[in-house]
Design a protein around this ligand. Sequence first.
Ligand code: GUN
Length: 292
Amino acid sequence: MQLLNGKETSQAIKDSLKLEVAQLATHGAPVPHLVAVLVGNNGASETYVANKVKSCQEVGFKSTLIRLEEEITELKLLEIIRDLNTDPEVDGILVQLPLPAHISPQEVINTIDPSKDVDGFHPINVGRMVLGQSTFLPATPYGIMLLLEHYKVETAGKHAVIIGRSNIVGRPMSVLLSGSGNPGNCTVTICHSGTKNLADFCRSADILVAALGRPGFVKEDMVKEGAVVIDVGITRIEDASKKSGYRISGDVDFPAVSPKCSFITPVPGGVGPMTIAALLKNTYKACAMKHF
Ligand code: GUN
């Protein structure tokens, strides 16, 4: 069993972006600028956004965090996004999800200029991804593809089973793994809450992507010997012995499942850091598309 070390791989990507940005700066080129918008006080979202902003600083990008109160109206939020769309100093815009219930995430996503949509959530960018055109790929599935690429995991002709059909992970993951690139060329099955005999599908997977957000859901008897297991889960579990008061749990029962795997991602230190690396690559691309 080999660990797919997202922390190390993400660091390697960040190191290379840092070099590229430093080279640009010596030619007087602008550095990429990411603006993250955080509405309300969701604890997990706060951590994710703080990590994104910190990582920008690490690689020499400019970053701005716009914090907005939970009660902000949708209209006002859309106005802020339109201002960011027309601001020539801004390359990438990210509105952290989930949003408060009174704000439509789709309205918000639709309002972001597709050329600044570094999350790859705008319908135009989703369409480009499905058509196999150059675009911003959603950060989590893109990060997983980068990780598979880094470890030269064979994917062509394999059966990939994805548990979860979210717009952020499951659906785009199915598009990328079934695409004609490398990694890719998989035969893909998407499982969800309406799937019958889910364990049977999982057992038939050469590559199993767990993205349903249920801690420890994937058990040993659901995984084939030699499978590649990608754990996208990041659920916070209360744990008084931790300084933060919680620990992070993945969707896979790691101690029981890992001995059966050819490759597996740990949680934490697997998919999470890769998501950030992918976002930084998208932000660099947004800047490069505008200026070069
Ligand atoms: N919430 C969970 N994942 C994501 C993501 O990739 N982007 C944004 N904007 N919000 C998220």
